[in-house]
Design a protein around this ligand. Structure first.
Ligand code: MCN
Length: 757
């Protein structure tokens, strides 16, 4: 058993610095005025009473921020027939029209946060209401009201991937076609730390400083550079502790841009600390994708084709990564773990009068795994074949890698059958009927579900990940990296990687990722890439440091470099006991051993088999996880405890979405009905019981660590496994076509409707 993580002591003793812990001299405080309706023209905004309120320094509306450009959103791909993504743009404050309940339209800046909040109440807005489109069906219905006049049919992009003609031919040749429509329900990310920023402008040098909760400084800096119209070198994004990211702290948000502009205009830093209500209203949300899936099978029950028609909700404006997550992020594992060259997906990106949607743990891949793995399990039921056996018939064999899927992406390696067999054994697959019968005797419905998921990890827009290793004065080894640590334990695992090469104690290691005093290019934390990509670059940087030290050690030991070896943190003249430690050498030559290094490692495809058993109480509709086995291939694992924690956390988010969480907008008014923890049920710790977490590592050759990502695996695998188990349990009671979330009320209602009268 390992002794916790390096970062834990700092956080547990209250020394972690989150955004609101930062303060600057003369700072002022911002409060945003948000639209109380989903869709309306802004006829007039009267800011005078707010402006005259005690302590108020200024009230900003869109006109005052005219110097700012729209938030960026791009997609390195085209739509069907070569069409381009239509980005209607997003101003920092709503301009002329509000497009979702919570859209910020004015910002009050005052001497205190309370004065700003009081004055915000005095901002009077005259609206002319417009009809709102809230659901996906409403958005793409013919003649629907338009969210943006420049986006016909509310579809920002009609995207496709795979081989349509070949897929059509496979379906024509199929002995059996199975169909299933599913809705991946809408969720709010809800990190512990609500969004916040401290914005400052330094006129000498024309520098912008943004202290904020971020998953990576370089990414946010690049997005800000577009909005501010200044080169990224003029911007510093600064963060230490970040209280959770889950994908929703990846992108730049309009409030940050407005705060920076206000700081410049007022000549004072501007601080904003969002509330939990603002998290619900105005953080990026996620999922909400409707899929119609079809599977073609031959007479032997082998999958020979698959196609998917999806509509994804992107909300009222395109979040910077919204289009990417809902296109490439979905199809990069289009055909799952199956050897099926005939696969095709069409995805329409729809706009609605709701908060923008983008990444949330899994970022696209849970959409694909949910649609496909529910469809495959449904096919097993329809064909009367054991779900494990049906999958086994179509797995990509382990000697077929690298394997290119119809969507063009190349899987590096895997052993899908080996992974599944390990999970089957641990889950006592054959013993399930007895457990189900036993549960029935207790009056409970027991169901079992499986998923054999795969996901892409390692993608990143930046061409390189830059890192630095520098020795501090007191013998600390400080690593600078672009990927931000916000719960994943990077300080610990990166220390293990670097210390493993340098032979220094991990306790000497410090990680810094977003400061005012350094500037690195690279990718943010996302796509479960930090270890395999940035960890690998850090390992190479450490190897560079060893090489760099060789000449210095030779000098210090008065020997030829060729006669010196490096082992366990010491340079030694071979065959002698004369040596000098790396740390000692670094102390004697300040700066001489420091290393700046850059490289980039690409995609690798972790995968796994998850088997869930749930029990439902038909009296209350309440479901619980009775048993759960997750066998994951994350390649070589650096820290087993952290990996287990990551899978556990991912499962919690999967279980949360399946059993309790649901973001609900009123379909007529567009009001968010689940705007607090009173209405939006976060999972509780007890939801996860009886977990068996197994590893089945197949090391990848795509990075020097042989590692695959693991941060999102728990979600991608659990959504379909858990819902397949729920569907199985309910099937026994005559319920057909039940979809997530399996809240007690929905389950109970489904059981009532299915019960014989
Ligand atoms: N690891 C390992 N061996 C492997 C793979 C990973 O030891 N083969 C370790 C890594 O060193 C790291 C951790 O496991 O400490 C997760 O690594 P990785 O899979 O590289 O994922 P990232 O660190 O890039 O984290 C991103 C991923 C994503 S995309 C989301 S969203 C997410 C997540 O991780 N958000 C999280 N996990 C989270 N965990 C917490 N506590 N909070 C979040 O916001």
């Amino acid at each position: 058993m390992q002794q916790g993580r390096l970062e834990d002591h700092r956080m547990l003793t209250g020394r972690g610095r989150y955004v609101s812990d930062w303060n600057l001299p003369r700072q002022a405080y911002a409060c945003f005025v948000r639209s109380d309706r989903a869709h309306a023209d802004i006829v007039a905004i009267d800011t005078a009473p707010a402006g005259a309120s005690a302590g108020v320094l200024a009230v900003f509306t869109a006109e005052d921020l005219a110097a700012l450009k729209s938030l960026p959103a791009a997609l390195p791909a085209k739509g069907r027939g070569g069409t381009e993504l239509i980005n209607p743009g997003r101003p920092a404050l709503a301009q002329g029209r509000v497009r979702f309940a919570g859209d910020a339209l004015a910002m009050v800046v005052a001497e205190t946060a309370a004065a700003a909040a009081d004055a915000a109440e005095l901002v009077a807005v005259e609206y002319r209401d417009r009809p709102a489109v809230v659901t996906l069906e409403q958005a793409v219905a013919p003649g629907a009201p338009l969210v943006h006049d420049g986006v016909p049919g509310n579809v920002a992009l009609d995207y496709e991937s795979g081989d349509e003609a070949r897929t059509r031919a496979a379906f024509e040749a199929a002995a059996r076609v199975v169909k299933l429509s599913v809705h991946n329900s809408r969720v709010v990310g809800n990190p512990m730390e609500p969004r916040a920023c401290l914005a400052a402008y330094l006129p000498e040098g024309g520098l912008y400083h943004l202290y904020t909760c971020t998953q990576g400084a370089a990414n946010m800096r690049n997005q800000l550079s577009v909005v501010l119209g200044v080169p990224p070198e003029k911007i510093r994004v600064i963060a230490e502790e970040v209280g959770g990211g889950f994908g929703v702290r990846f992108n730049l948000y309009p409030e940050y841009c407005a705060a920076l502009q206000a700081a410049k205009a007022l000549g004072r830093p501007v601080k904003w600390t969002g509330t939990r209500s603002e998290v619900f209203l105005a953080d990026e949300q996620a999922r909400d994708v409707l899929t119609h899936g079809e599977l073609a099978l031959d007479a032997g029950g082998r999958i020979i084709g698959m196609r998917f028609d999806m509509v994804a909700n992107l909300g009222a404006y395109l979040a910077p990564t919204g289009p990417f997550i809902n296109t490439i992020g979905i199809v990069n594992c289009l055909s799952g773990v199956y050897d099926v060259p005939a696969a095709y997906a069409r995805i329409r990106l729809a706009l609605t009068n709701t908060a923008p949607l983008a990444a949330y743990r899994g970022a696209g891949r849970p959409i694909m795994s949910y649609a496909l793995e529910r469809l495959v399990e449904h096919a097993a039921v329809e064909l009367g074949v054991d779900p494990a056996e049906l999958r086994r018939r179509s797995f990509i064999p382990k000697d077929r890698f690298p394997y290119r899927i119809a969507a063009g992406y190349e899987y590096d390696c895997g052993d899908f059958e080996g992974v599944m067999d390990k999970a089957l054994a641990a889950a006592d697959w054959a013993g399930f009927p007895a457990r189900r019968a036993q549960a029935a005797r207790r009056g409970r419905l027991r169901g079992r579900g499986m998923s054999t998921y795969i996901e892409a990890t390692g993608a990143g827009f930046a061409p390189q990940d830059q890192v630095e290793l520098r020795w501090g004065e007191d013998g600390e080894l400080i690593a600078y990296a672009p990927t931000h640590n916000h719960g994943q334990g990077h300080e610990t695992t990166f220390a293990q990687v670097v210390a493993g090469v340098l032979g220094v104690p991990p306790e000497a290691f410090r990680l810094r990722t977003a400061g005012a005093d350094f500037y690195l290019l690279g990718n943010a934390t996302g796509g479960s890439r930090s270890l395999l990509a940035v960890g690998s670059v850090l390992m190479q940087a450490a190897q560079e440091m060893v090489k760099k030290g060789l000449d210095l050690a030779a000098e210090a030991l008065e020997a030829a470099a060729a006669d010196i070896e490096f082992r366990e943190g010491r340079y030694r003249i071979k065959g002698t006991d004369r040596s000098i430690g790396l740390r000692e050498l670094a102390r004697s030559r300040p700066g001489a051993l420091d290393v700046a290094y850059a490289n980039k490692f690409g995609s690798t495809f972790p995968n796994g088999c998850h088997i869930a058993e749930v029990e439902i109480d038909p009296q209350t509709g309440e479901a619980e996880i009775a048993a759960y086995v997750a066998c994951d291939d994350a390649g070589n694992v650096i820290n087993h405890q952290i990996v287990e924690g990551q899978v556990h956390g991912g499962l919690a988010q999967g279980a949360g979405q399946v059993f309790s969480e649901l973001a609900v907008y009123d379909r007529d008014s567009g009001q968010l009905l689940t705007g607090s923890f009173m209405d939006y049920a976060m999972p509780r710790a007890g939801i996860l019981q009886n977990l068996v977490l197994l590893e089945h590592p197949v090391p990848t050759r795509t990075n020097p660590l042989g590692a695959k990502g693991v941060g999102e695996a728990g979600v991608t695998g659990s959504l379909p496994a858990l819902m397949n188990a729920v569907a199985d349990a309910l099937r026994g009671a005559g319920v057909r076509g039940f979809d997530m979330p399996a809240t007690p009320a929905r389950v109970w209602r489904a059981l009532q409707e299915a019960a014989p009268r």
